[in-house]
Design a protein around this ligand. Sequence first.
Ligand SMILES: [Ca+2]
Ligand SMILES: [Ca+2]
Length: 272
Amino acid sequence: MRKAFWGLPVALIVLWLLSGCTDTLHKQRAAPLQGPAQTAFTINNNTALIQSLEINLTGKQSKDKVSLYAEQSTDGLPLAWYLVVNGLAKVKLTAEDLYSFAEVRFADLDGDGRAEALLFRQSSGSAGARGLNIYQTAGQHWQELFSVNQDTVTNDKRYAVTYIGNYCVAFEDKETGLTGIIRLNESRYRGSEHMLPDITAWIDPIIDYSLADYNQDGIKEIVTIQRVIGIAHADTIGLLKTTYQLKGNRYQAVTLTLCDSNDTPLAEVKLI
Ligand SMILES: [Ca+2]
Ligand SMILES: [Ca+2]
């Protein structure tokens, strides 16, 4: 009994001496409790709150507080995006495709009644490139369901876009074998017909994502949209659409479709 009585105060004094000062002890006690798989998010001088919202993710009565933070360089460029739920970091995005702006939205894509987190990013450039990562919100660690790495510059080794005369352009994607003929609207090129033979492969990065249950199986597909450019950047002559379907725990690209500028499909290849 006597040993146990003295044991606790002695241990506290030793801890106090090891820590060097009472202030450190206070900070250690004030830190949030951490489970093995949870990371408490700390705000510092380099983090900026971009967006904050409340949504019921856990199924409990009270709503969860979701915050989107940017870790920024001294000139304000994002170095990382964080999604934080009730003070715990669930997502840290530091890879390529950070873009300049970000926004989080929630939608139930797989039809299980639980919202997935959609982390959109947007560039400030003229192409209006957009990035999207999607996460399942169940469990301590959010599972990534969808992400796409894209070239921000035209990969002219992959695509061939050639004017073949008579207001027609031949399109070829050498990687997937997708080929098609894009018929141009003659009236758009009055006075600039001489520029048509100069059309070369110029495919913009993804500018938008369409999320809808196209095949009506209860699970939303994701369609990424890229512009096929004609004689100038303002001249969209076609659209390149990649359709992703949820296969197990991951969205996979299933088809690549070439459409004309009115969104009419011209040609399609299967990707799996
Ligand atoms: Ca869901
Ligand atoms: Ca579907």
